[in-house]
Ligand binder design. Structure first.
Ligand code: FAD
Length: 334
């Protein structure tokens, strides 16, 4: 199918974009990379009268890492593609979790067109970026003719595929904070085929001081309606990193209690719940390995699938998606 007839506007400035969004607020839509919107239009799940294509708008292509060491912020403009973010060495240093999760977003062809901010606006609970924004405490800057506001991930996401954005509002950029010094972070998911959305996925940040775990936060894809963060600091704090085997089962139980997966033709709710626990178990063990220290500014960071390693809590999850990177620790590359 193809979309019904519509008008496409190609503004070149933010001011023109905001005027067009205000003028067509009843039935206009922002078009960024089109990787989510165009399929929706083709399937006639939405039928806007006007598309406002922002890809030629100047001032939306910011991709910077700024701020003092330890408090750096990554700014990702609305037209910056997933691939540009993924390939930035500065971003991989400041927030390796963001770079790692991006490699699980679809295929390179989609990442070449799709924008990271578009993912946030699309608010798909199966998407990696909304979860990473929530887990790392990020925010988005939003503009309309009525003003400017900054929204946390919690404020932005109100339901599956639903944000609090008004129809005349444009996200101009997303801000992802750098990971704190001493933190270890990772993401993993399991999908039926490489490039598919994950059946379940977990992002994790472990805080470590003097070989002792002091904090643990998890975010999830495909098993919660909106990106919620599970803080397991109380469960793990005070555990020596070489003794985490003793608390893994409590982490897994807490994850399985917290999530609320649905079942569909791809996987039952029970299987997704099981999977999220297995992935969390593997990630936690991997991040707490003594050879996996992440030092601010000179990271030695594990990334990609680890589905074949470690002792699981629960039955085997099967093999990973095959997406992942080979890094300093010698793993696979996408
Ligand atoms: C085959 C395939 C596989 C995919 N697999 C994955 C995957 O595994 N994980 C994943 O996370 N994603 C996946 N995606 C989606 C992909 O990440 C998209 O890039 C992303 O969801 C949307 O970005 P976009 O720039 O293409 O936005 P568009 O499709 O242009 O827009 C998406 C929505 O966001 C709105 N929007 C876009 N930009 C703004 C803005 N600046 N301000 C306000 N509203 C805005 C649009 O109006 C629209 O409603 C996949 C897509 C395809 C086609």
């Amino acid at each position: 199918m193809k979309p019904p007839p519509l008008r496409i506007h190609r503004p070149t400035s933010i001011d023109q974009t905001l005027d067009l969004l205000s003028e067509h607020s009843v039935s206009g839509k922002v078009l960024a990379g089109g990787q989510s919107l165009v399929p929706v239009l083709n399937m006639r799940l939405a039928a806007p009268s006007d598309l406002i294509d922002i890809t030629g708008v100047s001032g939306l292509d910011e991709l910077t890492v700024s701020g003092p060491e330890g408090q750096q912020e990554i700014a990702v403009g609305a037209t910056v593609t997933h691939r540009q973010v993924e390939r930035s060495v500065d971003i991989a240093r400041a927030n390796p979790l963001l770079a790692e999760a991006l490699r699980f977003v679809a295929h390179p062809a989609v990442r070449n067109r799709g924008t990271t901010v578009g993912s946030l606006a699309h608010a798909d609970p199966n998407g990696e970026m909304p979860m990473i924004l929530a887990l790392t405490g990020g925010s988005v800057d939003v503009r309309s003719r009525r003003g400017i506001r900054t929204l946390s991930a919690e404020e932005l996401n109100v339901g599956p595929l639903e944000t609090c954005l008004e129809s005349d509002e444009l996200i101009t950029r997303a801000i992802f904070p750098a990971l704190p010094a001493g933190s270890r972070a990772g993401f993993d998911e399991l999908a039926r085929r490489s490039g598919d959305y994950g059946l379940a996925g977990v992002g994790m940040i472990v805080d470590v001081e003097d070989e002792t775990v002091t904090g643990l936060r998890c975010g999830f894809i495909s098993v919660t309606d909106i990106p919620e963060v599970l803080d397991l600091g109380e469960v793990v704090s005070g555990t020596q990193i070489d003794e985490v085997a003793g608390v893994v089962s409590r982490v897994v139980d807490a994850v399985r209690d917290f999530i609320d997966p649905g079942g569909d033709i791809h996987a039952t709710a029970d299987y997704r719940r099981h999977l999220a626990g297995v992935i969390a178990s593997r990630l936690f063990r991997r991040l707490c390995r003594t050879d996996n220290a992440r030092i601010q500014g000179a990271q030695v960071h594990t990334a990609g699938n680890d589905a074949g390693n470690g002792t699981d809590t629960g039955a085997d999850a099967g093999s990973g998606t095959g997406k992942g990177i080979e890094n300093d620790t010698g793993r696979r590359r996408a």
